[in-house]
Design a protein around this ligand. Sequence first.
Ligand code: PMT
Length: 432
Amino acid sequence: MFDRLLNGKRVLLGVTGGIAAYKAADLCSKLAQAGAEVDVILTEAAAKFVAPLTFAALSGRPARVDLWTSPGGDPIPHVTMAAAADTVIVAPLSANTLAKLALGLADNLLTSTLLATPIASQKPGFSEKPGFSSPDQEQGVPWILAPAMESHMWANPLTQAHAAALRARGAVVVGPGVGRLASGAQGAGRMAEPAEILAAARLALAQGGPLAGRRVVVTAGGTQEPLDPVRFLTNASSGKMGVALAEAARDLGAAATLVHAPLAVAVPFGVESVPVRTAAQMCDAVLARLPDTDILIGAAAVADFRPAEPAGQKIKKTPGQVDLVVHLTRTPDILAEVAARRAEIGRPQVVIGFAAETQDLLANAAAKLAAKKLDIIVANDVTEPGSGFGSDDNRVTLLFADGRQEALPIMPKGEVAARVLESALARLVSPH
Ligand code: PMT
């Protein structure tokens, strides 16, 4: 799978001693599948848990342990690998190696290489430079650290001070999570999951992307309109489409915010989560953010009607009762409200809606594009199998305000999201 951020990037993956080293193999595999060139360095302790051969097979490149041998004939591999790295990931990071990194010790191949690899300072989502730029070795490269150790070692003030020192220099510390540890005890010290570490690396690498310095707000999920304290009206939206859009915005360097009704999937790492429940709450959350929003994308399936007077207590059926009449009333039309505010304040620059249709797809979508004064509408035939609500894929047609249309084949929601963001990007007015 082509990965815009990781494809062709040199990732220096350090693996230190701990049971979580087996999870580093999965991380290595994910990085290689994304097209990254992964240089793996294991400490001697790590090699006791997982053989270097495992990493070599997964990365397709030599995995090294020893500072004093140079399998490729390179007499100074620590300098060569440091100079080539676009980003550093150390997972798992033991308390011992964390301390060495904080103090600048260089007593093995990993610590020597990392001492020669300057850390870039992180400004998530913001950069003065538009356009993707390779991390600049002069300014350092992102360091992503995933500590894993027993909870008492992690809680030790010395360990905390070392982590703080590396954070202060710009390193991103992911985790550790709370859960079952090698000793069988529960506590903080579990290595973050490979997907989270990968997301942190993507977030760091995205800085300087074409949406750097921009805020993208995406709505997602199906709103819930209460009928009584335990029942509500909703729909089948999982939020996957909106989550994919927020993730794509993050990967282009934007500060991404997801205003979401309950989701069936997790909010991605590095995306701001604004949980809401009803259409009215979603509307308030979106309107409050408009002055700071560059691109707004409405992927949520928002209820058009809500029970006018939700019951204060659980509605009970009475003997012989055959029906229940519920009076519904309109919810706010969020995108229509946005259009009205946009006319006053001139923001967001780009507003994109979705149209979930079961008939007359293009005609209905075009009518919504005009009525809601959108720049683009993404027409979604939700009757197509494997597409629309809940699925991993989607087939959509983009309709533009100037009358153009672009029909896309069925593709993963992540790819649909990338195409939508590309179209939004083309409409942004450059600040420069
Ligand atoms: O979440 P998934 O399971 O991944 O499914 C994705 C999806 C099918 C929900 C998504 O691709 C999609 O089509 N979202 C829009 C669904 C919808 O409510 O469409 P609509 O035609 O009813 O609304 C048109 C547009 O107006 C939408 O952008 C909607 O967010 C917005 N709207 C609708 C009602 C309302 N009261 N306020 C709004 O702003």
